[in-house]
Design a protein around this ligand. Structure first.
Ligand code: PLP
Length: 315
């Protein structure tokens, strides 16, 4: 997916042109991975574009920055307004919003404190993440030989750029071996998550997902799916998941802002539920898309309308 340039990017309080949003090669972030970020989807709803769970994403961004002692003066409310304005200024419909907080150009060396904290927010169009038919037909994945970052190494609850070096190893290995995605185990050998998604397993009618202690990112889509399960009276629990439970599960699916709800067709070449998406996965997908596209009432107040009329926002 090549990034499609949009008009404006927000930087430290003002909108600048896309091509102006540049970082010096000697910036702290380049050598030391010192950035935290978010990936947020804006959906084209029946009432015009609306950003999905904006507040929760930006709260996670603030939490990530707090963990890494990155200080800046923008409040949660201010950042929410910036995101809405950004989509509006760029006249976007459905798109991906990416705020990033990074350590910029200052002094050399690992110590980040002398380097300025910079905030950027960009948006661009984005389609499906794991392939055009992924959410419909499911994908083939493997268990990675790479372990998910252990809790006393890099904090898994922070969405930091550095964590994605681990994700890249998982994803590259999977793709080079002919799989779409890799599932990492945690440092204790239990199921953790995909390189860019949380994982859910359906076993005897109960939906299970690894707890935060299995080193997962506290996914916003993970929370969405857990909430939808409760709404739909589908039993749901956070539970440590042994690897082999993946193979004998009735259904397995991945969740993420990018991947949405993607069923798994096979894991390590073992077919899951005959290789077709199962009924609980389907039911959750149905409810999810109805809510994000506005065809069902937004009962949880998850959508932030951008305020662009429907006709003007169709791209
Ligand atoms: C490692 C990892 N786990 C889980 C997720 C899913 O999180 P969310 O649903 O908030 O996008 C992501 C996506 O950002 C991710 O990168």
């Amino acid at each position: 997916m090549t990034i499609q340039k949009t008009g404006k990017i927000w930087h430290n309080g003002k909108f600048i042109d896309w091509d102006e949003a540049q970082v010096h090669v000697a910036s702290h972030v380049i050598s030391y991975g010192s950035a935290v970020f978010e990936g947020i989807r804006c959906y084209q709803t029946t009432q015009g574009p609306a950003i999905f769970r904006l507040r929760e994403h930006l709260q996670r961004l603030l939490n990530s920055a707090h963990i890494y002692r990155m200080e800046f003066s923008y409040s949660l409310d201010a950042l929410c307004s910036v995101a809405v304005e950004l989509v509006r200024v760029n006249k976007m419909g459905a798109c991906y919003v990416k705020p990033i907080i990074l350590r910029g150009y200052g002094e050399a060396g690992v110590n980040p404190f002398p380097c300025p904290v910079e905030l950027y927010m960009a948006c661009w169009e984005w389609g499906s993440y794991l392939g055009p038919e992924a959410t419909e037909k499911g994908v083939d994945v493997c268990v990675s030989s790479w372990t998910r970052i252990a809790p006393n190494t890099l904090p898994p609850l922070a969405k930091s750029a550095a964590n994605y070096m681990n994700s890249q190893l998982i994803r590259m290995e999977a793709m080079l071996n002919g799989y779409v995605e890799g599932i990492a185990l945690d440092a204790n050998g239990y199921v953790s998550e995909g390189s860019g998604e949380n994982i859910f397993v359906v076993h005897n009618g109960v939906v299970l997902t690894p707890p935060l202690a299995s080193c997962v990112l506290p996914g916003i889509t993970r929370d969405t799916v857990m909430t939808l399960c409760r709404d739909l009276n589908i039993p749901i629990a956070e539970q440590t998941i042994p690897r082999e439970m993946l193979y004998i599960a009735d259904e397995v699916f991945l969740t993420g802002t990018a991947a949405e709800i993607t069923p798994l067709r096979s894991i390590d070449k073992i077919k899951i539920a005959g290789g077709i998406p199962g009924p609980i996965t389907r039911r959750l997908q149905e409810e999810f898309y109805a809510l994000v596209k506005g065809t069902k009432p937004d009962r949880h107040h998850w959508l932030t309308p951008v305020g662009v009329p429907v006709s003007a926002s169709v791209r």
